[in-house]
Write a protein that binds this ligand. Structure first.
Ligand SMILES: [Fe+2]
Length: 292
């Protein structure tokens, strides 16, 4: 097919979307086609490479389950998830100025974590060194938000999430905490370790085939929300963790990096007697007002 006919092919496909029921759907589909065609032409895609790509996508779907969303991992490792997070933040920038930065949700969120009291230990026995997390949730002007919700989840101190440790997991290192009247929160969990993204599927093959890092630096996830405010899905990153500068999913942001303080056994800041060494991490979250 000549260059001319290749262009004609692209415009024929674009025209085929003329009757899409909404302008947005038409824009999404035609722009996707334009870029996919441009990709094929730019790399001079062979039938074998095309079939290999289709087979990769097919296997990405086949291995996916509710607890193993391989397509999210693919999106994460291609930086698309972080791009969408960044675009959403830029779109709302007038309202979210000064708010805590967002980052990827990742594939391990499990809705329905238990509500726990302030100061509770959500680790539920997972491996790892204990850590006391504390700080405040305020609006962007610094006004405390009472009753703000932190929905928290993390892997353990060896880099595994509960859903990876058992075929029939129970929730561990997950919990929901609400701030007190002064907007303060505190809870115990563990200091999370760096971990490999699930690499026994097609995405792992892609990372290995391209000599890429399969690791994420140590981090704890949280969704922070309060009535009348824009919720934020984010992480706190462990400052001295390996792979902080080569996060496989490009999620690290400098403003989310926290220095964990190491403590010997003794009485912790919340009065809890610790018989083992432990860590503490402090972070103040800021939420923007919901646009009117
Ligand atoms: Fe994670």
């Amino acid at each position: 097919m000549s260059d001319y006919n290749q262009s004609l092919l692209t415009s024929d496909v674009l025209k085929a979307f003329d009757k899409a029921p909404t302008p947005r759907l038409r824009e999404l589909m035609t722009t996707l086609v334009k870029h996919v065609h441009a990709f094929a032409r730019e790399v001079d895609l062979t039938p074998e490479e095309w079939m290999q790509g289709l087979n990769f996508l097919c296997r990405t779907g086949q291995i996916s389950t509710e607890r193993r969303p391989e397509f999210i991992l693919l999106s994460d490792t291609l930086g698309l998830s972080m791009m969408v997070v960044s675009l959403a933040q830029a779109r709302a920038s007038k309202n979210t100025e000064g708010a805590t930065e967002a980052t990827v949700e990742g594939p391990f969120y499990w809705p329905g974590a238990p509500d726990v009291e302030l100061g509770a230990d959500i680790a539920q026995g997972v491996a790892g060194e204990p850590a006391l997390y504390s700080g405040t949730v305020t609006d962007v002007a610094g006004k405390p938000l009472a009753g703000a919700l932190l929905d928290i989840w993390s892997g353990d101190g060896e880099g595994f999430y509960d859903v990876q440790l058992s075929a029939t997991p129970s929730m561990q290192a997950r919990g929901k905490v609400r701030t007190d009247e002064q907007g303060r929160y505190r809870f115990w969990s563990i200091r999370p370790a760096y971990y490999p993204v699930p690499d026994d599927g097609p995405v792992g093959e892609m990372l290995r085939a391209t000599n890429r890092s399969i690791y994420r630096p140590g981090h704890i996830h949280m969704m922070v929300s309060a009535p009348g405010h824009v919720p934020v899905t984010t992480h706190l990153f462990v400052k001295d963790s390996p792979y902080l500068e080569e996060d496989a999913v490009f999620g690290k942001r400098d403003s989310l990096v926290v220095a964990y303080q190491a403590h010997p056994p003794g009485i912790a800041a919340d009065g809890r007697e610790m018989k083992t060494p432990y860590h503490s991490a402090e972070y103040d979250f800021r939420l923007a007002p919901t646009p009117k």
